[in-house]
Write a protein of this length. Structure first.
Length: 175
């Protein structure tokens, strides 16, 4: 019998997120110089920083290449940031080898087809409420929040609360 998502949360030690459509709403503003501007939710940022502070391995695998995104995520304490990832399985396998990860301890939140192959490999695949149908079909948890509207905060807070690590992080800063 397959475990419910709530039974998986206590064993999660690694959190991996896509950016566009998960940490953002998937809408980009195209500037006159061609640069793409994204909006990120500050509540997701707080939760990401709290997870890093609590000792979770937090990683980003994104097809986007915006260096402003890297700067924002680095300022939250995230060190494993893969941008321009077109075959996300390669970066996932690199993380598995680098940290000797066990798939059952890994949560991955993605929203669209490029995330599908990695989501099939992890123990806890997750989707925002507006993720693509194929992604929602493979997800063990679908947030009630849309991408860019707190879906990362939703699942991070659940993991940390189950592991009794949420309340200890109220002094993390929003930055």
């Amino acid at each position: 019998m397959e475990k419910s998502y709530k039974e998986i949360l206590p064993q999660i030690d690694t959190l991996i997120f896509d950016v566009d459509g998960v940490l953002t709403n998937g809408i980009v503003t195209v500037m006159p110089d061609g640069q793409l501007i994204r909006n990120m939710n500050i509540k997701d940022g707080y939760a990401l920083k709290a997870a890093v502070k609590a000792g979770f391995r937090v990683c980003i695998i994104s097809g986007g290449k915006n260096e402003g995104v890297r700067t924002r995520l680095s300022n939250l304490g995230i060190t494993d940031i893969y941008l321009g990832a077109h075959n996300k399985t390669e970066q996932y396998n690199e993380l598995v080898n680098k940290y000797h990860l066990k798939s059952e301890n890994v949560l991955y939140m993605g929203d669209d087809i490029p995330d599908y192959p990695v989501m099939k490999l992890v123990g806890m695949p997750c989707s925002p409420s507006d993720g693509a149908r194929e992604i929602q079909q493979v997800a063990k948890y679908i947030s009630d929040k849309k991408g860019g509207e707190g879906c990362a905060r939703d699942i991070i807070e659940q993991v940390m609360r189950v592991q009794k690590k949420w309340d200890d992080n109220f002094d993390a800063q929003y930055d």
